[in-house]
Design a protein around this ligand. Structure first.
Ligand SMILES: NC(=O)C1=CN([C@@H]2O[C@H](COP(=O)(O)OP(=O)(O)OC[C@H]3O[C@@H](n4cnc5c(N)ncnc54)[C@H](O)[C@@H]3O)[C@@H](O)[C@H]2O)C=CC1
Ligand SMILES: O=C([O-])CC(=O)C(=O)O
Length: 252
């Protein structure tokens, strides 16, 4: 049985915990002490209010499902402790120096940094961007203003530019932009829209290159507990965890 240390007892953490089968969340940590205690009671895990003690607990892998700040603060320490990490708040890796340092540490210590497909589809073959020329890559994300904690009466563009700038400005809503950039091997172009007529979290991907062209549209249902996060993102990380011990690896 794979043992998991969970950093972040929120919406995604709860979906993962509810779906445990071939892995077990044995240790949990969150900045909100009451949340850790409640989660630990409900899912029979050991609660921690101190990160160092949490990390010292014997677990096989740490799952970050908290925030860009949490991933930035703790990812390096996790790898240095000899554990693999799953990073959900991928926006942390928009800092190129930080990412390079993290990857170098993982390489030296023979550890893995897993990035779930999250709220999009297609990350598998989008990786061909690392070996083949791409002449266009645009992510257009459209969410209801509520998912962005804003108000609007008409469709409004909030951002147009590069992924790393977008996720810096909207760290709770555009981690996918950074996942696509890492997969594709370039800082992708991003448009972020809010639309009061849209009740889903929609991601449209326009991808053109030597291979031909692709258009992927994902219309995600928001998570019941956090409208900023698509339910698909939680299902994605749960699938990743369920496949950690599967010898059959599918996808590029
Ligand atoms: N990669 C992707 O495709 C996607 C990534 N995400 C990201 O996944 C993360 C988790 O999402 P949700 O569970 O929906 O969020 P949530 O807000 O429901 O839960 C996050 C939990 O982490 C805790 N937390 C926040 N900062 C912390 C810190 N510095 N140290 C310890 N605990 C901390 C909070 O108290 C909360 O309990 C978020 O960063 C979100 O933006 C969300 C959707 C898609
Ligand atoms: O869940 C989504 O639709 C996307 C999201 O919030 C993110 O990438 O941070």
């Amino acid at each position: 049985m794979i043992t998991v240390g969970l950093l972040g007892c929120g919406n995604i953490g709860r979906v993962i915990a509810a779906g445990q089968e071939n892995f077990k969340i044995t240790a949990v940590y969150d900045v909100v002490p009451a949340r850790v205690e409640e989660f630990a009671r409900e899912f029979d895990a050991k609660p921690f209010s101190d990160f160092t003690a949490f990390l010292a607990e014997p677990t096989d892998i740490i799952v970050e499902a908290a925030s860009v700040v949490a991933a930035t603060e703790h990812a390096q320490e996790v790898l240095e402790s000899g554990k693999d990490i799953v990073i959900m708040s991928v926006g942390a890796l928009a800092d190129k120096e930080f990412r390079a340092h993290l990857v170098a540490t993982a390489r030296d210590l023979k550890r893995k940094i897993h990035i779930p497909s999250g709220a999009v589809m297609g990350l598998d073959n989008i990786r061909i961007g690392q070996i083949s020329s791409i002449n266009k890559f645009v992510l257009r994300t459209t969410k209801n203003p509520k998912s962005l904690s804003r108000e609007a009466t008409e469709r409004t563009q909030l951002f147009s530019g590069k992924a790393h700038d977008c996720v810096r400005q909207y760290p709770k809503n555009t981690n996918v932009a950074e996942s696509l950039s890492i997969a594709c091997g370039r800082d992708v172009d991003v448009e972020l829209w809010m639309d009061p007529e849209e009740d889903r979290n929609m991601h449209e991907i326009f991808f053109e290159g030597e291979f031909g062209e692709a258009y992927i549209r994902i219309r995600n249902l928001p998570s019941p507990d956090n409208p900023a996060t698509s339910y698909l993102a939680a299902l994605s990380i749960l699938t990743l965890l369920k496949n950690l011990d599967n010898p059959l690896v599918i996808g590029a």
